[in-house]
Design a protein around this ligand. Structure first.
Ligand code: ATP
Length: 517
């Protein structure tokens, strides 16, 4: 675990050192849980967004995009339930004065029991080798059984408090924290306050106070911009059910505990798609979208074992199915995307609060009804983090040296091709520029002439550039260059005129999209 934390720290500093992610307002020592993307980060982020957008809007004839404003009419958030219920249960430790999410403290305690069980299993696996029977071990080992019982008991109590009839049972939550003897990691004490609800929306004022300014919110999710535009898009686009609306944009949440770098931010970006369907077909569509979204993730080649579905223990009262896609981060399996079957809750609420009829006339059945919705909602920043974590490697080379390399999928890499003149003379820099001038219209290229070639390769490995080209003496004679592959470090001689066809396919988002069909 400590080793994993070390790796994570290295990834965070790598992100800063190589221009991927900086703390916001860095010269003023940063701002809590707000980050800026640097020269390489913005390229990677844009590529992630493009991969998502194109997989939704280009690959599906019945999905269109919009870009709604961040500010919305304040009644939107009354209708959606965010004003009354977008809360997290918080608890303070009186000694350290640190604030925690009570639900997270309990979930971490459950994860501890799971960890203990896993460790016993791994130990036994090593001891028994091929003869190991996990099911039998789980059913008979005393320590596993004890921890499983503790887990089951806690899980059961947690479900009860989260699903209490009048909303979350805050006293019950505190009692669990006391009974489980959960201590504050900073002070080590159990001196806890009561659990209170805390609304996560940021507020601001629109208009001057003199003429009666109104309180408006920074949107905590992009989805509501889609729901309030359902009628506009359906009518102007003559959309027939089933159809979807996709959007990428900023969202804001005043998170109580913001930790783990860009995993939990107060300003972040979401890519959401609302798919409008006929009532009664939702479980079918839910399953289809689950499968498609998982395929989208696994298409990046990070290994199926690094993903899992996690069905929600607590369903919102209007949802009839919900699952998360979790990715194996250095700090455990964590949510990257949520897929929710939201019934007709949002559209009905907006109809009620706006007084507008928000329905669909189905020409096939001659009926009008409020469509049901399947939502897929993914955080750009969490996706970015999962890609960084998976791609980062400190590799020991056969000659005993180490190199830090980012094995980014080529289609997402910020820079696709670096071109180096071997020396700064004999026309090599001009030749290198000529190659860039030709290829820059097709993908992102970078010119580097400083330091020895070895050092230049290392710098490109560190930003995940998949290809490097070196212009040398032979180039001046026969128009060939060496093309070096980031992952294998192998070099081969190729004609300048072949460079584009060798590289373009490999580095284009299209190559990823084709594998999705
Ligand atoms: P969590 O339980 O981790 O707070 P959530 O279930 O509240 O997340 P959703 O409301 O389902 O998250 O939001 C959809 C997606 O938006 C999440 O899967 C995540 O990728 C992203 N997201 C949500 N909150 C944040 C945040 N504070 N920082 C970065 N990304 C976020």
């Amino acid at each position: 675990m400590a080793q994993q934390e070390d790796v994570f720290k290295k990834i965070v500093s790598h992100c800063k050192e190589y221009g991927f992610v900086f703390p916001s307002s860095d010269i003023y020592d940063g701002l809590g849980a707000v980050y800026d993307y640097g020269q390489n980060g913005v390229e990677l982020k844009n590529n992630i967004k493009q991969y998502w957008w194109q997989s939704m809007v280009l690959l599906h004839e019945n999905i269109v995009g919009i870009d709604a404003a961040i500010f919305m009419h304040p009644t939107t958030w009354k209708a959606s339930g965010h004003v009354d219920a977008f809360n997290d249960p918080l608890i303070d430790n009186r000694d350290s004065k640190k604030r925690y999410r009570a639900d997270v403290l309990i979930e971490e305690q459950m994860a501890k029991y799971e960890d203990k069980i896993q460790k016993e299993i791994e130990k036994a696996q090593k001891r028994f080798g091929d003869a190991f029977d996990e099911a039998q071990f789980r059913a008979t080992n005393q320590r596993v059984l004890e921890n499983q019982a503790k887990y089951d008991n806690l899980h059961h109590r947690y479900q009860e408090v989260m699903n209490a009839p009048g909303g979350i049972d805050l006293e019950g939550m505190k009692q669990i924290i006391l009974d489980e003897e959960i201590v504050c990691p900073i002070s080590g004490t159990r001196n806890w306050t009561d659990v209170r609800q805390f609304n996560l929306m940021f507020k601001t004022e629109m208009g001057s106070t003199a003429d009666g300014a109104s309180t408006i919110y920074l949107r905590p999710e992009t989805a509501q911009g889609i729901f309030v535009n359902y009628l506009n898009v359906q009518k102007t686009g003559r959309m027939k059910l089933p159809f979807g609306i996709a959007q990428i944009g900023k969202a804001f949440r005043n998170e109580i505990v913001a930790r783990q770098f860009i995993f939990r931010m107060r300003e972040f970006e979401q890519m959401e798609m609302q798919f409008f369907i006929q009532p009664g077909t939702e479980l079918d569509w839910f399953e289809k979208w689950k499968q498609f979204r998982m395929k989208w993730h696994q298409n990046l080649g990070f290994g199926a074992e690094n993903y899992r579905f996690h069905d929600h223990d607590k369903l919102a009262h209007y949802a009839n199915a919900a699952t998360d896609i979790e990715f194996h981060m250095p700090f455990g399996f964590k949510e990257v995307e949520g897929i929710h079957s939201r019934t007709n809750f949002d559209l009905s609420q907006h109809a009620k609060y706006s007084g507008k009829k928000i329905e669909y006339f189905d020409p096939e059945t001659n009926e009008s009804y409020t469509p049901y919705v399947i939502e897929t909602s993914i955080g750009v920043d969490r996706m970015f983090l999962s890609i960084m974590c998976h791609s980062y490697e400190e590799q020991l080379l056969p000659d005993g040296q180490t190199r830090t390399v980012l094995h980014l999928p080529a289609a997402l890499a910020p820079v696709k091709l670096a071109v180096f003149p071997l020396t700064k003379k004999d026309g090599m820099p001009e030749k290198a520029q000529e190659i860039i001038n030709e290829l820059r219209f097709h993908f992102n290229c970078k010119y580097e002439e400083k330091d020895q070639i070895g050092k230049r390769y290392r710098r490109m490995d560190a930003i995940g550039c998949p290809y490097c080209v070196t212009v040398d003496q032979q180039t001046m004679e026969d128009n060939t260059v060496t093309l070096r592959d980031r992952d294998t470090m192998e070099q081969r001689r190729v004609a300048i005129s072949d460079l584009r066809s060798i590289i373009e396919d490999e580095v284009s988002i299209t190559s990823l999209l084709k594998k999705l069909l």
